[in-house]
Design a protein. Structure first.
Length: 463
């Protein structure tokens, strides 16, 4: 296996093998204290792996003998179980070599932001970015310096949503693997989603707050750890209330959790959470099921005279700012897609089938897009920041707007389980600014057409 995390896991098995062991790996540093291991140069197109291999001396690599080859993989059985089957032995202790002093001094916590790689798009695995940000904020409030690490490169790997707050930021791959492991070993704790930080924390006995996202068919805690062989006493998992057990790299997994955000008093768990200082709110009720009847209902709405007026108003807003093709997120009954010759994306199976039949389906989570429209849909999306991170230029939005949180429960737009997010005008503009967008226009055109409390916005990416 060639991933950094996979190599940390498999080290415990390699230790149990009788040498010599010829190991194809981009990360020979992880095994250099094991004299039985001989390193074979890996063939890999992946950026960070190739980057580390380029740092090695040619003399590091050896040619393997012409003997049996074992391909290591773990599939759906869980990492430790799968590796046991491949290696034919139980693991030894999970550890790592001593890589010396940290490149950062003092008392600190390491945070790893959620990222997406163009070469391996697996957005479903990432947690909601707000949970990472809140954990980082809590660490700073407790007096720790927060060190944020990543290896970002334009067009190749990018952060999802808003970056977590940090005192020091190293997002350009400033640390080689030795320095990275030394950084983790000397940290007071680490915070992040599923990835190499988990096995590194286990191996170096560093406390970790691991925030789960989706794709639980591969990444549920019981699949990526094994208490029989690992010391998990320092590891804490934050798991969504309804962990999605899918195995898809791109999927609209429900990643929300009441326990990750806030502990509400008994009897108030199903309640609106409103942040006055941010002008926005969140409701933790699990998302509704967007079934076939939902599609049929919106087909009828779109066919009405009001549907025609709304479509015309929305397209006029778009064309005042942008002449290109947009991707309509949550297509309703599809009228805007037809009228604007747009592409679309939905969580409703029938809606997506309708789009595919027209050759208009586009998954914005799979690749970046230039512009999106969210007509009454942004408030339905569990992690809208992840969507907006995929938008290069424009986002056009119609959405219920509230004066303050006290007015939300009495509003016709208060729909727990359907509407997840609630915004004031200030809250939406500020939140979009944090995602890198500036408000270029806002109007009450839909309210004037008879839709109470709905405002329309044109946001342009500026950062």
């Amino acid at each position: 296996m060639k991933g950094l995390g996979d190599n940390i896991y498999q080290r415990a098995f390699v230790k149990r093998l009788q040498g010599p062991v010829y190991l194809e790996t981009p990360w020979p540093e992880l095994y250099e204290d094991l004299p039985v291991v001989k390193f074979v140069k890996a063939e890999t197109p992946l950026r960070t792996q190739a980057k580390n291999m380029a740092l090695q001396q040619d003399s590091r690599w050896e040619k393997p003998p012409r003997e049996s080859v074992v391909t290591v993989q773990y599939g759906t059985a869980g990492i430790v179980t799968g590796m046991r089957r491949c290696f034919g032995v139980a693991p030894g202790s999970f550890d790592l070599p001593d890589f010396g002093p940290s490149p950062v001094s003092g008392r600190y916590i390491v945070v790893r932001p959620a990222t997406v790689r163009a070469e391996w798009v697996a957005e479903a695995r990432n947690p909601l970015t707000m949970y990472i940000a809140e954990a980082a904020e809590t660490a700073r409030a407790a007096g720790y310096r927060v060190i944020s690490v990543a290896d970002l490169e334009a067009g190749k790997e990018w952060a999802v949503g808003k970056l977590p707050p940090a005192d020091e930021v190293y997002h350009a791959g400033e640390f080689n693997v030795r320095q990275l492991m030394a950084l983790v070993r000397n940290a007071q704790a680490v915070i992040g989603g599923i990835g190499w930080m988990l096995p590194a924390s286990i191996a170096m006995k560093v406390p970790a707050w691991v925030i789960c996202g989706g794709q639980g068919g591969f990444n549920a805690p019981e699949l990526i750890t094994d208490e029989k062989y690992m010391d998990l006493s320092r590891i804490r998992f934050a798991v969504p209330d309804n962990l999605c057990r899918c195995r898809h790299k791109q999927h609209n997994c429900d990643k929300r959790s009441r326990t990750m955000r806030v502990t509400l008093p008994t009897g108030y768990e199903d309640s609106l959470i409103w942040w006055p200082e941010r002008g926005m709110g969140f409701h933790p009720r699990p998302a509704m099921d967007y079934t076939t009847s939902y599609w049929e209902e919106f087909r009828q709405r779109d066919a009405s005279p009001m549907g025609e007026l709304l479509t015309e108003s929305r397209l006029a807003l778009v064309r005042r700012h942008y002449a290109g093709q947009v991707v309509d997120i949550g297509i309703g009954g599809g009228r805007f897609v037809e009228y604007a010759a747009a592409q679309g994306y939905d969580v409703n199976v029938e809606a997506n089938e309708w789009l595919r039949q027209r050759g208009a389906f586009c998954d914005p989570y799979a690749r970046p897009v230039d512009a999106i429209t969210c007509w009454d849909s942004l408030e339905h999306i569990p992690d809208p920041g992840a969507l907006l991170a995929q938008v290069r230029e424009w986002a056009f939005i119609s959405i219920p707007i509230f004066e303050e949180g006290d007015g939300v429960p009495g509003s016709r737009h208060y729909k727990p389980g359907e509407h997840i997010w609630y915004f004031s005008h200030r809250g939406l503009v500020d939140w979009m600014k944090a995602q890198g967008f500036a408000c270029m226009e806002h109007n009450a055109a839909e309210t004037e057409l008879g839709r109470e409390g709905i405002r329309s916005y044109a946001f342009m990416r500026v950062a």
